[in-house]
Design a protein around this ligand. Structure first.
Ligand code: GLN
Length: 327
């Protein structure tokens, strides 16, 4: 279904548009960070690309910059594929395969899997996400991928496809993820074929979206699982809530504490440069810019979110009372 940008009815419409314009021009010159060159195809990204989008639970869309430019989901896919597995298998089974504890380690860490738990700590790090992909049902890879594509089509309201070049590029160079998958198989977390689970994981990471799509995905969670423009029920409200809890505690990996302190919203980043955050009951926000920091988060996006959270007092812990702005 084609997206429609509805007439804006927010009282502070002009203020939001001005804020987006200001943030865009403030951070456009910022060229800090680097592209995710461990996946060679991602190193080709245009570092000037920059976009911000907001979708409210009423379906109102605000956008600025290169908001139509497609990029791959990468780790932004993780919470949503987890939601699909959760709705298929239920909490009890999911907990036998993947925990719900933050690690404070990098997204691609292997150490905690080997040393202690023998079960991934959470579904936001690669070990957990690969385990989750292995739980997506279907007779073969094509079938299993179709379930994931259908899911994201419901979230964004139009058809989506896989960037085969990014997929192949990651598949060829994913030595660390392959090591993780082998350990998962050794510990009986992955039951099926290792290569098929990895392929499915690389494919879900290579699904193409733009910044408005990301904001729509975030807004669907903000809206209790109902896509705010199409009205399609994408997932149960309980699942949306569970995903948000995991995004809050684990979505930003080893930056989760700093993020909670400075932004205070459930969020998920991806190494291609997308970052989405959810203001429950209100809106989804997304930023895209391919220059990332050493923890895999878009540098411009981090800056935009910190400013936005401050201007609009977005933290989920906000009382709504503002009698002073801390320095
Ligand atoms: N596909 C990427 C990987 O597994 C996703 C990582 C990310 O976005 N943080 O390394």
């Amino acid at each position: 279904m084609p997206l429609k940008t509805r007439e804006c009815s927010l009282k502070n419409l002009e203020q939001i548009e001005k804020t987006l314009k200001d943030l865009y021009s403030k951070y456009l010159p910022c060229l800090d960070g680097h592209t995710a060159d461990y996946i060679p195809e991602l190193a080709k990204a245009d570092i000037n690309q920059f976009a911000i989008a907001i979708v409210t639970v009423d379906g109102e869309i605000f956008k600025i910059g290169d908001s139509n430019k497609n990029f791959t989901l990468q780790s932004v896919s993780k919470p949503f594929v987890y939601g699909l597995a959760l709705e298929t298998h239920g909490r009890e089974l999911m907990l036998t395969k993947v925990g719900v504890e933050p690690t404070g380690d990098a997204f691609n860490s292997i150490i905690e899997l080997e040393k202690q738990s023998h079960r991934p700590y959470n579904p936001m790090i690669n070990s957990g996400a690969i385990a989750v992909s292995s739980l997506i049902n279907g007779e073969n890879l094509t079938n299993r991928l179709q379930h994931i594509l259908n899911l994201f089509e419901n979230y964004v309201g139009h058809s989506v496809s896989v960037d085969e070049n990014v997929f192949l590029s990651e598949k060829k160079t994913a030595h660390r993820n392959r090591a993780i998958a082998n350990l998962l198989k050794h510990f009986d977390i992955i039951e099926g074929d290792i290569e098929e689970s990895l392929d499915l994981y690389f494919k879900q990471c290579s699904i193409l979206v733009n910044t408005v799509d990301l904001a729509l995905i975030a807004a669907t969670l903000a809206n209790g699982g109902v896509q705010p423009v199409t009205g399609v029920k994408v997932l149960e409200s309980d699942s949306a809530r569970d995903i948000l809890s995991l995004m809050f505690t684990c979505g930003m990996y080893d930056s989760a504490g700093e993020w909670a302190y400075s932004v205070g919203l459930p969020a998920k980043s991806g190494v291609s440069g997308g970052l989405l955050a959810v203001v429950p009951g209100k809106m989804g926000i997304a930023v895209y810019s391919p220059l990332i920091d050493d923890r895999g988060h878009s540098v411009r996006a981090m800056k935009v979110f910190k400013d936005l959270a401050r201007v609009y007092d977005l933290s989920v812990f906000s009382s709504g009372v503002r009698d002073g702005v801390n320095k």
